[in-house]
Design a protein. Structure first.
Length: 326
């Protein structure tokens, strides 16, 4: 699929001596895994090139995968190629100095809302960008080099962004590519322990979420993780945000939403769904993302209630006009 787009990216990589890799803000496993995996593949294959991974924020969740590279002078950017992974819109790129780069490549699997690259390879139906990195490697495996470390980074993004290979975006290709990486020696015991073991206080918070979550008339489960709750359970904003996944297995509740108070007074919205697509709601409230996993920002409780009401209407309509959901 999209051989021409992939070939063009490889040709551009070959053309440049300096390459800077970028990802989105508030990185998840896919953003970190794909960029680290790509850096490793390119460093192994092109040892003569200067390849950096430079971003401006950090995530505890996947910090076990290791460090990125430090800041460089602006002059380093001006004759470099920007390789921007897993980022739908330019405002979400963590390091805004990408604009200084001579040419930019968008390499993504989100709904393609903005064509900010000079070149792009976007496949919206892919379960993760890591799946695309694995495919990129496989397409040019006679030229590109990979090792166990790179395979582990890429596999980490694949397993996290696909909800452990459960989401509908998972295809036969996803599993074939994951299989290729496993054959390179990924240590699943250690990787899964890093990704899925929880702290004691996090489990206590999870129990509290089950007490506090609410459900709308037509089955939208939701929770407001207030600043007070975050303080009471000593939660980092990442831990508070993870609460959305605690509501994912409620029968007949096809949409679930976590509202997380930010330090600046705004409220982060994390929307998830099965069967029904919800990205139109995220887009209405300053956000975007995937059909069944997206995010937005609201600024008042009234806006939060309006979003819940919109989701409730959407779900009512879906249930009335579709069968087979649960
Ligand atoms: P999250 O709930 O933050 O994990 O986001 C789910 C998906 O939606 C990710 O692919 C994000 O990149 C995307 N997303 C989250 N928030 C926004 C936003 N405010 N604008 C656009 N996309 C977003």
């Amino acid at each position: 699929m999209n051989f021409e787009a992939k070939k063009l990216i490889l040709d551009k990589i070959k053309e440049y001596d300096k390459i800077i890799i970028f990802r989105h803000k508030r990185p998840d496993g896919d953003a970190v895994g794909s960029t680290k995996g790509m850096r490793e593949i390119l460093r192994l294959t092109f040892p003569e090139k200067d390849i950096r991974l430079i971003n401006c924020d950090y995530s505890d969740y996947v910090s076990f995968l290791g460090d990125e590279d430090g800041a460089v002078e602006d002059s380093f950017y001006t004759d470099a190629l920007a390789l921007i992974l897993d980022t739908a819109t330019s405002d979400r790129i963590s390091n805004q100095k990408y604009t200084l780069c001579r040419e930019k490549i968008k390499f993504d699997h989100h709904i393609n809302l903005e064509h900010y690259g000079d070149y792009e390879w976007v496949e919206e139906e892919r379960s993760s960008v890591c799946e695309m990195v694995a495919d990129f490697y496989r397409t040019f495996s006679d030229e590109l080099k990979i090792n166990k470390e790179a395979a582990t980074y890429i596999y980490a993004g694949m397993v996290t962004d696909s909800g452990r290979f459960r989401f509908r975006s998972v295809s036969g290709e996803t599993l074939r590519l994951a299989g290729m990486l496993l054959d390179m020696g990924v240590d699943l015991d250690t990787l899964h322990a890093h990704l899925y073991m929880k702290e004691f206080h996090t489990l206590k918070f999870q129990a509290y979420v089950y007490e506090k979550m609410q459900i709308s008339e037509n089955g939208v489960a939701y929770l407001h993780v207030t600043k007070e709750m975050q303080d009471a359970f000593s939660l980092s904003s990442e831990e508070a945000s993870a609460s959305v996944s605690y509501m994912e297995s409620i029968k007949n509740s096809l949409i679930w939403i976590a509202f997380i108070d930010n330090d600046d007074g705004s409220i982060r919205v994390r929307l998830r769904s099965r069967f029904v697509t919800v990205n139109s709601i995220a887009e209405k409230y300053n956000g975007g993302g995937h059909a069944c996993a997206c995010g937005a920002t609201v600024y008042t409780t009234d806006e939060m209630m309006a979003l819940i009401s919109d989701a409730d209407v959407l779900l009512k309509d879906y249930k009335e006009n579709n069968e087979g959901w649960l």
